[in-house]
Design a protein around this ligand. Sequence first.
Ligand code: GTP
Ligand code: MG
Length: 302
Amino acid sequence: MASLRETLARTRQSFFGKVQALLGQSNITADTWDTLETLLLQADVGVATSTKLLERLHQRAKAEGIVRAERLHEVFKHELRALLESPPHATPPSWEKTRLLEVILVVGVNGSGKTTSIAKLAHWYQQRGRKVLLAACDTFRAAAVDQLQIWGERIGVPVIAGPPNGDPGAVAFDAVQAAFARKADLLIVDTAGRLHTRHNLMQELRKVHGVLRRAVHEAPHHTLLVIDATNGQNAVAQARGFTEAVGVTGVILTKLDGTPKGGVAFAIAGELGIPIHFIGVGEQIEDLEPFDAAAFVESLFE
Ligand SMILES: Nc1nc2c(ncn2[C@@H]2O[C@H](COP(=O)(O)OP(=O)(O)OP(=O)(O)O)[C@@H](O)[C@H]2O)c(=O)[nH]1
Ligand SMILES: [Mg+2]
């Protein structure tokens, strides 16, 4: 697995490295602020979040009498980290067993990396001693079930599936029963890649959510939205549909490797107010990491 520093190389080169140069050893001028704003926007941080960040920096520069750019750089890093840590902290799914059966529902648009991330998550938890079961509730494409089953075989995690084009709610129900019968303590539910604009698909998703809630106390305990970092600002707009339909407790930000758009992490925190729990850093089973705001910000500079 690549280091976080390697993963974020393109994001660092595209933007944050330039900030480093901008906030070198000089005094802050009006130009400094303008350039910083331009760079933030270029980095997919988004208008609202960039504005918020710059206001905060202005305030602090004034209140603390900051005139040197290198000092502003330190404050900037601090504020970036604070932003990432600002969403109310729904606890990320713990690797410890906290209840009889914990349920994680995974949602997101087509191709964002749901199925791959589920395999990685299953592996991650299994390695920490959890007994995992997967539910193939993406019944709209036969290939989707196959894909999950292939991953399941590879990592030795059973997959519960239904007939092609079957009812995803029925698969969810069967999977819960199977989880209880096999004494699994973690059930991860895959869903179809649904466009947030397709109302009927959102309704299907609500149905799966409802089945899980009726079948297991307080389930789903986590609803993770998978966001493809390469979609930049579009990803933020797409995310809203999901937060409205099923409520989202955390984000898995995928494909950070090789994209210059890693700044979208700040837009997710700033505009959606949802914590990032995991990041996807490649296509292999090991390429998933718990999100660490401090390490993330540090890796963007240097
Ligand atoms: N580079 C990279 N590729 C990834 C990552 N996560 C997923 N992918 C790739 O993205 C593609 C789509 O991944 P899937 O897991 O099939 O996405 P999905 O959301 O399940 O897609 P649908 O089921 O069609 O909605 C695959 O080729 C994955 O290998 C990541 O973190 N980095
Ligand atoms: Mg899938």
